[in-house]
Design a protein around this ligand. Sequence first.
Ligand SMILES: CC(C)(COP(=O)(O)OP(=O)(O)OC[C@H]1O[C@@H](n2cnc3c(N)ncnc32)[C@H](O)[C@@H]1OP(=O)(O)O)[C@@H](O)C(=O)NCCC(=O)NCCS
Length: 196
Amino acid sequence: MKEEYLCRQATTADIPTLVSRRRMFEEIASSRGVVCSKSRLDAFEQRYADYLQTHMKLGTVAAWVVEDTDTIVAGGTVSFLPWPPGLGEGPAALFHSLFTAPECRRRAIARRITETAIRFCKDAGSDWMLLGASDVGRPLYESLGFTPASTMMRLPLRWQTRIVTSCLRPLSPLRLKSRPRLPTPPITQTAKPCIA
Ligand SMILES: CC(C)(COP(=O)(O)OP(=O)(O)OC[C@H]1O[C@@H](n2cnc3c(N)ncnc32)[C@H](O)[C@@H]1OP(=O)(O)O)[C@@H](O)C(=O)NCCC(=O)NCCS
């Protein structure tokens, strides 16, 4: 990485740049063959700017940007989530919006932002960090020690469903019916309760 690149914590003055998370969505969606409409991205940009404005002031969001001679070329953000209390004590940290301008990639810029965010979350007392990885982001996260959290499940309720049905052939009721069903195991008194 060039010496003159500066990685610094973002302020609310950087919000117009941080909303370039839009570009991250566009790029990830297009790599999956999905096109996000301009109106949806515009609406998102406004909501995200409002979100950052509120939460950066509250201290529940921290973001970092990397500059190359006055131009911001990358950013990444942590949101401390109002997660229900668990066995740990620290705030749950969601790392998101990692984006490096295409012309500056593979210079360890995203690595530097991610490492900075990890240190910040440790110092804030978080017990763990959570993220949703894109295909190109996954090798970076793995190299920093992130592992899949396979107990999480997701049910698309609205937004995702519309996109999925527009690009994938939906399962017809006939195909659903013809799927073989596994026998339901009997519920016995000896079954142990599941503690999440
Ligand atoms: C993912 C992204 C942020 C990486 O940015 P970057 O500044 O190029 O990343 P770095 O140079 O710090 O790369 C660190 C490591 O990540 C991995 N990596 C980065 N880009 C990769 C790619 N295109 N393919 C495979 N591995 C990649 C490599 O292990 C790399 O280390 P190496 O160069 O020593 O092999 C950038 O490609 C990007 O903005 N992509 C679009 C948005 C996105 O997917 N964001 C992540 C959301 S989870």
